[in-house]
Design a binder for this molecule. Structure first.
Ligand code: XIL
Length: 346
């Protein structure tokens, strides 16, 4: 089966989103923006950019006390010069703690984390539409009654690190919307159902605590081989909306590593899940934004094979994003475009 071509020309994804009061964007690296063809594609298709890793703590403060913001600034400046909104990602994430900070005791880690959140949020103050303040803090498998993931933050600082991070971010950047961001909620699986319970319970706790939380970010790293049920997903989104939160899809891609190699069949399956997922998602009026975790398959973290479930056992390469390695539109692009075109206006 040959890959199915998708028409070129016509409105880009952000233009289609904006027609409905929505926004579309991508994760990007500073290096990728130096490729003129990719930079042009970003300008043609996107209204939002998010640094894929340049604002993470271990990148910003790899040397204790020194803020290395050069790469993140390049992305922020490109966004400003191109009229794109900027998402901030991610202030507090257990996978991005600098090596030096992991060696600190409770008091030291607390102080370092507070200084980092204050400095990063202040650095881009007024320029960030939404900050992912806390990333991936829920893990039901860790067996706690509050569903919290056992991280160095939790173990050394206790659960108060969560509302504290939001308050610090708010103090340093009063205008940004502040998000809690997580993955693994989207599918109709036992694990995802448990995760949704955990996320909802955290959102309710943060609200009850008065923390300045405005947005739930759902990463939407989808898996082509897993079931998706529109009704149960919409029910969850409605529960979140009822808390008065906006919802952003923050890292959309579709892992096809468990599908047979045939390229056209994989592209069709990826597009089909994308269409079903976005139709259900965009029907919820609290959803404002869709961001993919890269534009081109060439740059996908899935292709990099960092996680075991991203690795194929054959020689085929993953195709999780809307553009192929030559930056041509794939069926997934068509699925996103169609979902925006049929979405109710905000
Ligand atoms: C990933 C990036 O894509 C990689 O390049 C980086 O080295 C590690 O992080 N959830 C998140 C993102 O919130 O920050 C992760 O990004 C992917 C999973």
């Amino acid at each position: 089966m040959q890959p199915r071509a998708v028409a070129t020309g016509g409105a880009g994804l952000h233009a289609r989103a904006a027609a409905k009061g929505l926004a579309f964007g991508t994760a990007i690296t500073a290096g990728q923006l130096r490729d003129p063809a990719l930079a042009a594609l970003v300008r043609a298709e996107c209204g939002v950019l998010v640094p894929e890793y340049q604002q993470k703590w271990d990148r910003l403060e790899w040397r204790r006390g020194v803020l290395d913001a050069a790469a993140a600034d390049q992305i922020a400046d490109f966004a400003r010069d191109s009229g794109l909104r900027l998402r901030g990602h991610a202030l507090v994430w257990h996978e991005a703690i600098p090596a030096w900070a992991l060696e600190l005791d409770a008091r030291g880690l607390g102080a370092a984390m507070e200084a980092h959140v204050a400095a990063a949020a202040a650095r881009w103050r007024g320029r960030i539409a939404t900050w992912d303040v806390v990333n991936e803090a829920i893990r039901p498998e860790d067996g706690r009654l509050d569903w919290l993931r056992r991280t160095p933050f939790l173990e050394r600082l206790g659960p108060d690190y969560l509302p504290s991070a939001f308050r610090l971010a708010r103090a340093a950047d009063p205008a940004a919307r502040l998000a809690y961001n997580d993955f693994g909620c989207e599918h109709a699986t036992v694990a995802a159902r448990r995760k949704r319970m955990g996320v909802l319970s955290l959102l309710r706790a943060l609200r009850a605590n008065g923390a300045p939380l405005g947005v739930l970010g759902m990463q939407a790293h989808l898996h082509a081989h897993l079931p998706f049920e529109a009704d149960e997903w919409r029910g969850f989104l409605a529960d979140v909306a009822e808390l008065g939160l906006a919802i952003e899809i923050t890292e959309l891609d579709v892992n096809d590593a468990r599908l047979p190699a045939d390229t056209a069949a994989r592209d069709a399956a990826v597009a089909d899940l994308t269409r079903r997922f976005l139709e259900a998602t965009l029907a919820e009026r609290a959803v404002t934004t869709v961001v993919t975790w890269g534009l081109s398959d060439r740059h996908s973290w899935i292709r990099a094979g960092r996680l075991p479930l991203h690795r194929r056992t054959d020689r085929a390469t993953s195709r999780p994003l809307p553009f192929d390695e030559e930056l041509r539109r794939k069926p997934m692009w068509g699925a996103i475009a169609a979902a925006f075109d049929s979405a109710p206006a905000r």
